[in-house]
Design a protein around this ligand. Structure first.
Ligand SMILES: Cc1cc2nc3c(=O)[nH]c(=O)nc-3n(C[C@H](O)[C@H](O)[C@H](O)COP(=O)(O)OP(=O)(O)OC[C@H]3O[C@@H](n4cnc5c(N)ncnc54)[C@H](O)[C@@H]3O)c2cc1C
Ligand SMILES: *[C@@H]1O[C@H](CO)[C@@H](O)[C@H](O)[C@H]1NC(C)=O
Ligand SMILES: *[C@@H]1O[C@H](CO)[C@@H](O)[C@H](O)[C@H]1NC(C)=O
Ligand SMILES: *[C@@H]1O[C@H](CO)[C@@H](O)[C@H](O)[C@H]1NC(C)=O
Ligand SMILES: *[C@@H]1O[C@H](CO)[C@@H](O)[C@H](O)[C@H]1NC(C)=O
Length: 807
């Protein structure tokens, strides 16, 4: 191949046994010429000198002419006169070992020593002798004692030595006295070797830059988590205590907004970096897509933006190219070569975090406050960068092989080569096939294709760099480990949640009841573990549901825990479920409820099964995997605004149930919960208001307003991403239904107005407000914008929580 180094056969013994001088084999010499950068000085001198035959005056050489005849054979690639010459000359040396020996022949040893002493710096010179010794001993020789040589090599002596310039001095003339290598030739040769090999050092360093970038972000995320857990621990006590003081004294004295300089700067950071949508206040888009693209919230936007900048800079800087390079004829050639390796390595460096951020069981989901949604955004941008680097890498190698070498076709047949091509193609395909339109329309097909292509990519890459040394595999094995860990933990969770071998009863959830409410177009899934549930259900959780006995049984879909009862939760008077399933009454300990809006895939099939059943109720065998998700500390806020749309109610109900439990135990500060729920079907309100929310709605500290957007239940599409007309009416004909205790209204809630009113109220009473939203994109973006506005207005006591039914 183009870059193969001359084989420095200074002895007839096979020199390939000396790794340091084995030359750069295919593919493109990832093997450095020397293992230590200090060795490069001596290496350059050594490789230049070894083209010549040294012999003491009067010692006849009989093999020179014979050897030169064999030298013209191997010329394939063009444009490397420098190293071609050296290669031929190297061959000439075969058979000459008797007369020339850089270990024992004093004139040759002196030449090497004098050149090294002149051109190597102190460190390099110190490294030179042991390196030289190792070269000799690897070939069965012992380097002669250098004491006398060193004593003789005075500056005056060296200055008087004849200069050997491989550009002018013929190698066919044996050298009969000590010489010194030409300075210019040494510089170019040293630079040639060093530039090539040091480029890998830079590449490796920059790939650490990529890993370090994300490592740093994760470290900051973990720091944030530790601090926020500590603060919320303190707040927990302080805020809960102040609530009781206030009650006792009959006045509100809650220090809702501590205003030290630290709190002020934290408020500033939250206001301008953490809460707002990417381009707020110019654009409030976050949940709503802009031309099919997600606009991350600002902090995520800054993180991925910074990564793009880092990626671009590290892809373009520090290329050591120069005219006169002996291996690569032109500067352009060197640029193609070095950026080919750089982009390939940087693409690899994206992979570990790319995989980590795509997984369900990502340790940083637990260790930081980043949401799955944020990680998903990181995942996508890492994927883009990895793919672009891979494409550039492929283009570069195509140029190198076609323009600068003639071996494209023969090399193409090799594994490492076409496996790289395969990986570039699969990566590009994945990027294209992950378009949000396809993801939303054909989620299952997207997922299967994505996984298959990912497997092919990793397999291809492992084969692509499976040569000589395994340095580059070190980026791939973590990927395999991360993936295996995620998959293993999924299985563990499924087993843990569903199988209690101990009780030898098989699946725990045999009491699964799925009911379809046609008027509300709602599926209600209730699971009652026959025995003690191994996990504690609570707010903020979501689970993946499987129907293993069905067609496409591997399919699993995330659903937010919509309501639950636990053993220690009294079902009356403040309990959740109005009617626990009678069949399980004996063993009844806890149950999980999911509200599911049927779409076109599994949820659709489930609906059909219900519709076929006589009473609209089926008992399928379902498995759950979880819990995932995190609870938000809503109980530390006096006023809680819950904005939900459709089945988004699933994320609100558990917080209301949790509030009721906490209130009994005096463990909440919340005195006012406002549930603002909009849905297309009024029947949906009625179902949930008379079951899971029945008790809650009778409480004075829970106020609910239900908005019917009044569209027919048959409207297709996903209500969470529906396009909405901005001019929809707000409060319309409100009618109070005394029996259940909620207000219904037509039209859409005026989200911004409601938040602003609550903030005004909170300012007056110096209390704290939490806003939680789980609803249509417009609703979520409006809530975020309203909170941002309040925070910009200097209000400290507000926090924003967003749950989404998609990523
Ligand atoms: C964390 C989370 C919690 C959720 N909680 C609820 C809930 O409580 N109630 C509810 O009705 N819906 C919830 N969803 C949405 C629910 O997962 C999808 O509606 C469901 O997966 C659709 O299944 P399907 O086969 O009928 O999908 P399809 O008809 O094929 O697709 C409908 C939509 O759902 C998306 N989708 C499909 N499968 C998945 C999946 N496995 N992961 C993510 N998105 C998917 C598709 O991209 C598409 O936009 C939640 C989603 C997430 C991510
Ligand atoms: C060192 O110099 C002396 C005197 O010029 C000479 O005799 C001797 O051979 C030299 N030694 C070597 C190893 O070149
Ligand atoms: C190399 O060539 C130059 C010029 O042709 C000559 O002066 C010099 O002595 C030669 N060096 C050796 C070591 O033969
Ligand atoms: C659940 O399992 C019990 C015991 O195995 C059985 O008696 C009961 O009928 C099952 N219920 C359903 C709905 O399958
Ligand atoms: C709750 O609703 C009732 C009836 O609509 C209203 O009078 C009351 O002011 C509301 N309370 C709060 C705290 O909003």
């Amino acid at each position: 191949m183009v870059t193969s180094r001359p084989l420095l056969l200074f002895l007839s013994l096979g020199l390939s046994s000396v790794p340091a001088l084995a030359g750069r084999g295919k593919p493109d010499g990832f093997n450095p010429s020397a293992s230590n950068y200090d060795d490069y000085c001596f290496y350059a001198i050594y490789s230049a000198m070894s083209s010549y035959t040294f012999q003491l005056p009067g010692t006849a050489s009989t093999t020179t002419s014979a050897a030169s005849g064999a030298s013209t054979g191997s010329s394939g690639s063009s444009g490397h006169t420098g190293h071609h010459k050296r290669q031929e000359l190297g061959k000439r040396r075969q058979g000459n070992s008797a007369s020339t020996n850089p270990c024992t022949l004093s004139i040759e040893v002196m030449s090497l020593y004098a050149s090294a002493k002149t051109y190597c710096n102190a460190r390099q010179f110190k490294a030179a002798i042991p390196y030289w010794q190792s070269l000799c001993s690897a070939n069965g020789f012992t380097l002669m004692d250098l004491t006398e040589i060193a004593a003789n090599a005075t500056q005056t002596y060296i200055d008087a030595l004849p200069v050997l310039d491989p550009n002018t001095n013929s190698t066919s003339t044996p050298i009969e006295q000590s010489v010194i290598l030409d300075k210019d030739y040494y510089d170019v040769l040293y630079h040639t070797d060093f530039a090539h090999d040091y480029a890998f050092q830079i590449d490796a360093l920059f790939s650490w830059g990529f890993l370090g970038f994300w490592g740093g972000i994760m470290a900051l995320g973990m720091l944030h988590k530790v601090v926020s857990v500590a603060i919320s621990h303190v707040n927990d006590r302080r805020l809960l205590a102040s609530r009781h003081d206030a009650e006792g004294a009959g006045v509100t004295v809650a220090p809702a907004a501590p205003a030290g300089p630290l709190a002020k700067s934290w408020h500033w950071i939250r206001t301008w970096f953490i809460i707002p949508a990417g381009f707020a206040p110019l654009s409030e888009h976050h949940q709503r897509r802009v031309y099919w693209h997600t606009i991350p919230r600002r902090i995520d936007l800054l993180i991925v933006g910074a990564f793009w900048i880092v990626a671009i800079i590290l892809s373009f800087v520090r290329y050591d190219t120069f005219t006169g390079n002996l291996s690569y004829s032109t500067v352009a050639y060197q640029n193609w070569q070095q950026s080919a390796d750089r982009t390939g390595i940087l693409s690899y460096a994206c992979l570990p975090f790319l995989w980590l951020f795509g997984g369900r069981n990502n340790i940083f989901l637990w260790a930081t406050n980043f949401s799955f949604r944020s990680f998903n955004i990181f995942h996508r941008h890492l994927a883009w960068i990895a793919t672009l680097e891979a494409i550039v890498h492929s283009i570069n190698y195509t140029v190198l092989y076609t323009v600068y070498s003639s071996s494209y076709v023969s090399d193409y047949a090799q594994n490492y080569f076409y496996m790289g091509v395969v990986a570039t193609i699969t990566m590009s395909l994945m990027a294209v096939l992950s378009h949000s339109w396809l993801r939303e329309k054909f989620y299952e097909s997207f997922l299967i294709t994505h996984i298959v292509l990912a497997i092919v990519t990793i397999y291809g890459l492992i084969r692509h760099t499976n040569f000589q040394n395994t340095t580059w595999q070190n980026y791939l094995y973590p990927v395999v480990a991360i993936w295996a860990f995620d998959r293993l933990l999924r299985i563990v969770r499924v087993i843990y949640c569903n199988l209690h071998v101990k009780y030898s009863k098989g699946f725990v959830h045999n009491e699964t009841v799925v009911r379809y409410f046609a008027d509300a177009d709602l599926l209600r899934i209730e699971m009652t573990p026959g025995v003690r549930a191994p996990f504690k259900p609570g707010p903020g959780q979501y689970y993946f549901l499987y129907q293993p006995m069905a067609l496409l049984g591997w399919e699993n879909h995330p659903f937010t825990l919509g309501a639950y009862t636990t053993k220690d939760m009294p079902t009356s008077p403040s309990g959740a479920l109005s009617s626990p399933p009678a069949s399980a009454a004996g063993t009844y300990e806890s149950s999980l409820v999911f509200y599911v809006r049927p779409y076109d895939g599994w949820t659709q099939r489930l609906r059909k099964q219900c519709q076929k059943a006589a009473d609209g109720v089926i008992h399928p065998k379902l498995l759950i995997e979880g819990p995932y998700g995190e609870k938000s500390d809503l109980h530390l806020f006096d006023t809680v605004l819950l904005f939900v749309g459709g089945t988004g109610i699933a994320s609100a109900v558990p917080y209301i149930l949790d509030h009721m439990q906490r209130d009994l135990a005096g463990k909440t500060r919340t005195t006012n919960i406002q549930l603002i729920w909009s849905s297309r079907q009024k029947a949906m309100f009625d179902h949930i208001a008379t079951t899971e929310l029945r008790n809650a709605l009778q409480r004075s500290d829970v106020n609910a307003t239900f908005y019917t957007t009044g569209r027919p239940a048959t409207v297709a599409g996903q209500d969470l991403n529906e396009k909405t007309s901005p001019a929809a009416p707000a409060y319309d004909t409100a009618s109070s239904i005394q029996s259940v205790g909620y207000v219904t209204a037509n039209g859409r809630p005026d989200v911004k107005g409601i938040v602003a009113a609550a903030v005004e109220q909170a300012k007056l009473s110096s209390t704290r407000v939490a806003v939680l939203v789980c609803g249509p994109a417009q609703m979520a973006d409006d809530s975020r914008a309203a909170v941002f506005t309040a925070m910009r207005g200097g209000f400290h006591g507000i926090e924003y929580f967003e749950e989404t039914f998609g990523w």
